[in-house]
Write a protein that binds this ligand. Structure first.
Ligand SMILES: C[S@@+](CC[C@H](N)C(=O)[O-])C[C@H]1O[C@@H](n2cnc3c(N)ncnc32)[C@H](O)[C@@H]1O
Length: 293
């Protein structure tokens, strides 16, 4: 499982993150989106021999994988299963009150995307699930089979910025009158039946993204977590956020602008061409950083 999962998620802009957070020995670091532990591994390495890391993820599978990946640094990290929307509360249980660096690497990991059973991807046939946290009650299956045309249209329009939101919502409602929508492939085919492919982008890309954001309350969680993160920073401590779509990046940019802290990324940092060539997932990544005064 170890080598497989290592291949399953390639961490994005690792060197840039390490530099921006200014990782150093003896520092305390918080990774709010542990995933498969790629960034955390680099943070532990660069803060050797005595830096300490707390890692959070709401997905128990991610926690189990990261535990294994980071095992060589046993004794220098604590992993917490939880939602970063409750950041202050989760951290209060660790006995650590402030950090030198905090990271959010938003969205889902390749490990989650690539597992057909999780239902995140239109390119893998699986059940319509899309929950990062298996304890959430709402799934994509419930949404596409029970939400009204208006509700579906709003989700696709507001969270997916999908120009054909109404057309897609109508196709879904018409389809389910005859048959329940059971799988990711079925949903992708419904979307493809009414929307043409735009360049290299699959017609269902925005619909899947919108459903995932809605189910996991991604934007609300981010909005509520940023303030908590800043209050957990030491003076001179740094917050880094990697976002993958404009709605997320807009929240981060606005929060940074309105904050009284120092913005350390005058313009947003994007991955190099070389990184994009070896990791397609990196292409939409945007990195922003803030230093607490
Ligand atoms: C892009 S991946 C992180 C990958 C990680 N940096 C690595 O190098 O492997 C995002 C992770 O954040 C987790 N996540 C997303 N929203 C979360 C939230 N509100 N609370 C806790 N974890 C969350 C997801 O479950 C996923 O594992």
């Amino acid at each position: 499982m170890l080598s497989e999962s290592k291949l399953l998620h390639k961490p994005v802009m690792v060197e840039e993150v390490i530099r921006l957070i200014n990782v150093h020995p003896g520092g305390f670091y918080l990774d709010c989106t542990l995933g498969c532990g790629g960034h955390s591994l680099a943070i532990l390495e660069h803060s050797s021999p005595d830096g300490y890391l707390v890692g959070i993820d709401r997905d128990p599978v991610a926690i189990a994988i990261a535990e294994e990946i980071l095992s060589q640094y046993k004794g220098r990290f604590t992993l917490i299963l939880g939602n970063f929307v409750y950041l202050s509360e989760l951290i209060s249980k660790t006995g650590i009150d402030s950090f030198d660096g905090i990271l959010f690497d938003l969205g889902v990991s390749s490990m989650q995307l690539e597992d057909p059973e999780r239902g995140f991807s239109f390119s893998k046939d699986g059940p319509l699930d899309m929950r990062m946290d298996p304890n959430l009650s709402l799934t994509a299956h419930q949404i596409v089979n029970t939400f009204s045309l208006d509700e579906l249209e709003n989700i696709f329009k507001n969270l997916g910025e999908e120009p054909f939101a109404y057309k897609i919502a109508r196709a879904i409602v018409e389809y389910r009158e005859k048959k329940e929508i059971a799988s990711t492939k079925e949903l992708a085919e419904i979307v493809s039946s009414v929307v043409k492919r735009r360049g290299k982008i699959h017609p269902a890309t925005r619909v899947f993204m919108a459903l995932r954001i809605y189910i996991n309350s991604e934007l609300e969680n981010l909005q509520k977590a940023l303030n908590q993160a800043v209050s957990l920073l030491k003076s001179g401590g740094r917050l880094c956020v990697i976002s993958y779509h404009s709605l997320e990046d807009r929240i981060v940019k606005k929060f940074f602008r309105e904050s009284k802290e120092k913005i350390i990324t005058k313009s947003v940092i994007k991955p190099t061409r070389e990184e994009i060539l070896t990791n397609r997932r990196a292409r939409s990544a945007r990195l922003r950083g803030l230093e607490k005064l």
